[in-house]
Write a protein that binds this ligand. Sequence first.
Ligand code: SF4
Length: 140
Amino acid sequence: MADTPIKYRPHHFLCSLGFQGKGYSDGFTANMSAIVMGQLRAPGGDAAIIEVVGATDDICTPCPKRRGTLCESQDKIATLDARHARALKLFVGSQLTWGEAKKRMIKHVPPGALSHICLGCQWLDLGLCEHALSDLHGKD
Ligand code: SF4
């Protein structure tokens, strides 16, 4: 497990729960797979430490939509981050483990909630994230 915390903007916690290998480019998908499959979902992944950041993060690094520390869809992304931060009680600079993040999802994000907090995301209609959230609640 890496010693340095993974850096995540707020909405990427739930994106990581629902991630099924789809992304904005091959490079984006390979990087996100390395973080999600290679660290968070690997044995011991619940202990991985994640630091909350308020701009582009470790998922955004190779994204073709990244513009420096911003996104080409910055307004939409900022709105997603604000909704997700409120839902999961995340603050920039705080650190939590992936296991703790999943506990917060169970406690604060009921099945069906993504239709509101993820409104505007192009991946929402695929249903993968909502399916993963339901599965997580099923393991509660
Ligand atoms: S619907 Fe979009 S913003 Fe919501 S968890 Fe999935 S990928 Fe992330």
